[in-house]
Ligand binder design. Structure first.
Ligand code: 0X9
Ligand code: ZN
Length: 307
């Protein structure tokens, strides 16, 4: 990101929108050909530590947008882009160094602080590993919309712990602040996760309720799914998060639509469908990037055309 910002100063600017619990910068790339008035698109990745294909794909998209911009010049002329490849850098790092399947952030909930193991325990000591499960909050259950209602836990030792309060995490709080500041211009919110090959539409908090403009969201996403499939035949399911996956509230897509008022808010669950799951081989990065970019470009075109 620093390389791109340095090399393409006219259009790229990195912005540190906040700091993670462990002090890592939340580094966003703003891509703009000028002015502060254009419609904008938000894309984040890596909200869950172990979903490595997500930051890789977001980075791929960033590269396409910037280095190959003459292929899709109107997408930069007509739109601003806000790209955050690693929304949960502590979890991402932890999944590289200690536990490949780490999902949450690395904060300590109020009552885990009291029973925190002494620092003399080694990381691989069984006792401290048990406690380690009780570290962190599920950053996709921590958003202030139907927070902790369904599909989330109040137990810090669970994978889907919602946090002590909405936006308890510096990561989600910083992203929400940034988005609220630009919410009038942000026409589409995309959060890239893995896995299952699904293009998810709000709501996730209820199976029985659909947004009133659900079909607008469906029809647009359908174009994306078709364009994505045209690259190498990858099939995506399209529907609400609650129908296709499970009911869960406090996720970023529901908040983006329900609170920030961004009409087109989606979660994209990248490949695969389970053969490798979170441990998708690195050889799949490039093809996943290519097809996902085709899908996203299709939607972006719609906003660039002023529709
Ligand atoms: O459970 C999640 O946070 C997402 N799936 S994942 O396997 N990447 O953890 C899905 C979130 C879907 N959106 C809502 N439930 N609103
Ligand atoms: Zn996820």
């Amino acid at each position: 990101m620093d390389y791109l910002a340095h090399t393409y100063k006219e259009i790229c600017e990195t912005v540190v929108i906040g700091t993670s619990t462990e002090g890592r910068p939340l580094k966003l790339m703003k891509i703009s050909t000028g002015g502060e008035t254009k419609p904008a698109i938000w894309i984040d990745g890596g909200l869950h530590g172990r979903e490595w294909i997500s930051p890789a794909t977001v980075t791929y998209i960033l590269l396409q947008l910037v280095e190959f911009r003459e292929k899709h010049a109107n997408l930069l002329e007509k739109l601003d882009w806000y790209i955050l490849p690693v929304a949960n850098p502590d979890g991402y790092e932890y999944s590289h160094v200690h536990d490949r399947l780490w999902r949450k952030t690395r904060s300590r909930a109020l009552h885990t602080k009291k029973r925190r193991p002494s620092p003399s325990f080694g990381l691989w000591n069984t006792k401290s590993r048990t406690k380690d499960q009780c570290v962190g909050t599920d950053a996709n259950r921590n958003w202030d919309f139907h927070w902790k209602e369904v599909g989330s836990s109040s137990n810090p030792c669970h994978e889907n712990f919602a946090g002590d309060k909405p936006f308890s995490e510096p990561e989600t709080a910083a992203i929400a602040d940034f988005i609220m500041k630009h919410s009038r211009r942000i026409k589409m919110f995309l959060s890239l996760h893995s896995y299952s090959q699904m293009w998810l539409i709000p709501w996730g908090y209820s199976e029985n309720e659909k947004p009133k403009d659900y079909y607008d969201m469906y029809i647009l996403a359908e174009k994306g799914v078709k364009a994505l499939k045209s690259v190498k035949g990858t099939d995506y399911l399209l529907g609400t998060a609650a129908e296709l996956m499970y009911i869960s509230s406090g996720a970023s897509d529901d908040w983006a639509k329900g609170v920030a008022g961004i009409k087109y808010a989606y979660t994209i669950e990248l490949p695969d469908t389970g053969a490798h799951g979170f441990i998708l081989p690195a050889s799949r990065i490039e093809s996943t990037g290519q097809e996902t970019w085709e899908g996203i470009k299709e939607l972006a075109q719609h906003f660039a055309d002023g529709l």
